[in-house]
Design a protein around this ligand. Sequence first.
Ligand SMILES: *Cc1c(COP(=O)(O)O)cnc(C)c1O
Length: 478
Amino acid sequence: MQEKNWVLRKLPAVDIVLNSKKIKELEGLYPKEIIADTIREVIERERQKILKWEGKMEEELDDKRILDNIVMNVIIWVEKKFKPSLKRVVNATGTVLHTNLGRSILPASIREHLYSIISGYSSLEYDIDKGERGSRYSHVEPILCSLTGAEGAMVVNNNAGAVLLVLSAIASGKEVIISRGQLVEIGGSFRIPEVLAQSGAKLIEVGTTNKTYLRDYEEKINENTGALLKVHTSNYAICGFTSAVKSEELVFLGQKYDIPVIEDLGSGTLIDLSKYGLSPEPTVQQSIKAGIDVVTFSGDKLLGGPQGGIIVGKRKYIDRIKKHPLTRALRVDKMTLGALEYVLKLYVDESKALKEIPTLKMLTLSPEKISERANELYKAIKERLGKRVKTDIIETYSIVGGGAFPVDKLPSKGVSVSIPGLSVCDLEKRLRLNEIPIITRIEKDLLILDVRSIQHGEVEIIADALMSIVDSITGDNN
Ligand SMILES: *Cc1c(COP(=O)(O)O)cnc(C)c1O
């Protein structure tokens, strides 16, 4: 403790830091109070660090080094206070729907349209033809109905909210029957049994994990049954000796007893992606055609739009859902509606959707395009860095992510990079801490940039980052 007191006394006073040259320069850029507050915070953090430190204290702690270190930290922290922490990153992981990196990204062509909506007043809840109040859902309902074949549609903040709302509006206080094979956990503590409990409905499990028959549902139907629920097992697959009830059969049962059938499709695609080499997934149109009363799905998974929970189905249920108090609590913003309407209208022409919606484009990239991109990245790195890095084009697999297509591995190509004198973990970290962070993958002790999820123009960002990493190492060694 003696030793610690000695070190603590070496921490400079706030005034000393304030009067140092670099901090004086900072005063031209940022308010003085913010700088002074930050100095106090940094000194306090240093003090805590010393108090917690258990090893031996460094002996040659000179006052100048301590002061320089504090000044450097003050500059970093003051800048942090003014710069957004939510920022653009380069996704070189190959995972297309990367939940941690923002799932779907929007088409570049949306920029002007979206900006005009959010930077000015808009027709959000205003019927321009009639000159009177309108509904915010009117911008997406007609297009959702025409794309899916549903009678009605609406949108809330995300699919988790959509499921909660639908169950609350339709089955609160009643029993909801679901197969044991579909008691899904999505992640982020979204578990179907818990959502059901939250909605006020009572969960009635039927069947077994691998097999559920129509008669299992029918046996549990009584006057308290509020709905039959089907949940898409998005993020896992049950294979082998299995049996699940078809949507049509469930609908038949629902109609026989006048009980609504609800389906949570999870990723909810509007295009049959098996045409492009992915496993067959049910489309939203198929569920509606099968007669499901209410279908919910995400806006930012396979649809490729903004975060949102889309609800489509029979008019009478959609009307009831719209009137439920939770609807107001889960209400979407104009940014979401503007982006969603724009993306949905690209679907009017399937080929346009595949070309312009980044999620679909990345998932359906041809092997030739992937090779082209890998060559482009490889060449850019080689051109800048020549022999200063070791790089190669390798075969790899991307995954869809976002809890969609859990068993699909998409053949892809990656560019591996290693820098002499830098461990693979250090390289990963330095790329991650780049001004525009570059998120990569380490596979078998090799750093890989999977080209599937790298966007147009990002090749330069990657090459520049590698260049400055190599330069800094060479600098360190000099
Ligand atoms: C992803 C998913 C959800 C949650 O959707 P969010 O849009 O992330 O809220 C709910 N149910 C299923 C089956 C899912 O796959």
